[in-house]
Ligand binder design. Structure first.
Ligand code: CA
Length: 429
């Protein structure tokens, strides 16, 4: 099993009381990184604990840190986490270990640490990194099969983690996403106008840490350490133009309109107790090639992470109704591991850089309830969703809010979460 340490101890509690509630996404065992600002102050790195944020710039000045932990906090004191990610994972791990002590119940430094805490209610969150490149994979066999007209897995899907280069400039945190104008074809008529087929895709993201130099590769044994941490991704997808533009080069404007991510980056180390075996292939499916195969990755390269997608329509909002869960899935269903994605990505010598973002692809599972986009849930719009208030949805409508959440749980460990990834569809201009 992945190496665990004192920071994973289930008995450990924080003096930040909200962090100890069983449904809290950010207990002392999580300690995810993000970038925040208070009014009239510069953006800087922070760590979530309960309903508070540890201001890493203030902590770096406090005298409470030394060595690698201090180096990490100083690297995270600016408006992006790229300098911290570029250090590789050892310094952020040292900072995590020190924060685990400083934030503990009975901490002898409680007063000095409390001076570095900022309530989440007082801040604006920002993108955690400058994202130089965004790559989106397609690694759920269930998603791939349902959307493939043959109803089978393609030969290349079983042999390599399929991906395309996404658009980094339009990756954003929570907020409105404008319904785009697109070109589409109905029968023989080609037209341009607001999309009629706006969809979400529930994905997990990985931020690259130190990365590799151009020309170098990343061995599968080093691949999970090349990942700094994870966030949730809504890869908004426009199905009418996607069908039309997709052949022969793959997605373009169907995906580049905007991508929404959650603000907190949950580290590889925080997720260690929740590792799971890689997907077990059927006997008649090819084994991955040797460069994508490692026993440790097969044993624990998967992740037992439960993910949900919920929908809140304007009518539901007006009636005071709670968001309705439409997808309940798990990252264990993914055919390829993130380590395999990283190794394959760099296998031609392509340089992955600190802050690059990789998307897993839609995290659909085998059951109807685990379909993780509307194209699957509504069978490409033919079987609309029925919401509890009587509304139906073949695709997203203006004002609809899509909300993602994720929790990792295992007996004997404290469950951790990701916070929310939220976005609302805005009417076309
Ligand atoms: Ca996608």
């Amino acid at each position: 099993m992945a190496v665990l340490n004192a920071t994973h101890d289930a008995q450990h509690r924080s003096f930040v009381e909200r962090a100890n509630l069983p449904d809290c996404d950010f207990p002392i065992q999580n300690l995810p990184f993000g970038v925040f600002s208070r009014a009239n102050e510069p953006a800087r790195g922070g760590v979530a604990i309960g309903d508070m944020i540890v201001d890493l710039a203030a902590l770096a000045r406090s005298g409470l840190l030394s060595g690698a932990a201090l180096k990490a906090a100083e690297a995270a004191s600016g408006p992006t986490l790229n300098p911290l990610m570029a250090l590789g994972n050892a310094p952020s791990s040292a900072l995590r270990a020190r924060l685990s002590e400083l934030l503990a119940q009975g901490s002898s430094d409680r007063q000095a640490v409390a001076a570095c805490l900022v309530p989440m209610t007082e801040v604006a969150m920002h993108l955690p990194a400058h994202i130089g490149d965004f790559t989106d994979f397609l690694t759920s066999g269930y998603h791939s099969t349902r959307l493939n007209p043959t109803g089978k897995l393609a030969a290349n899907f079983m042999s390599l983690p399929i991906a395309y280069h996404g658009r980094a400039s339009s990756v954003r945190l929570d907020g409105p996403v404008r319904r785009p104008h697109v070109q589409r074809r109905d029968g023989e008529v080609v037209s341009f106008g607001p999309t009629k087929e706006m969809d979400f895709e529930l994905e997990l993201g990985a931020f690259i840490g130190a990365g590799n130099r151009l020309g170098d590769r990343i061995a599968i044994a080093d691949a999970s350490d090349a990942i700094f941490g994870h966030c949730l991704i809504n890869d908004w997808s426009i199905r009418d133009i996607q069908r039309w533009e997709n052949v022969p080069l793959g997605p373009f404007l169907a995906k580049s309109l905007s991508t929404t991510i959650s603000p907190w980056v949950v580290t590889e180390e925080a997720l260690r107790p929740f590792r799971a075996p890689a997907f077990r292939r059927a006997a008649d499916e090819p084994a991955p090639l040797p460069y994508l195969t490692l026993k440790q990755d097969q044993d624990e390269g998967g992740l037992d992470l439960a993910l949900t997608a919920s929908l809140l329509t304007p009518r539901m909002r007006e009636a005071g109704l709670a968001p309705h869960k439409v997808t309940d899935t798990n990252f264990r269903h993914m055919y390829w591991t993130f380590a395999q994605m990283v190794t394959h990505h760099a296998s031609n010598g392509c340089n992955l850089q600190p802050g690059d973002l990789l998307g897993s692809g839609t995290i659909s599972g085998p059951t109807p309830g685990s379909r993780a986009c509307l194209a699957e849930l509504t069978v490409r719009g033919k079987e609309p969703l029925h919401l509890p208030n009587g509304e139906t949805r073949p695709w997203l409508e203006d004002g609809d809010e899509v909300i993602f959440a994720a929790r990792a749980s295992r007996q004997g460990y404290v469950s951790i979460g990701f916070g929310n990834c939220r976005g609302t569809v805005q009417a076309a201009l």
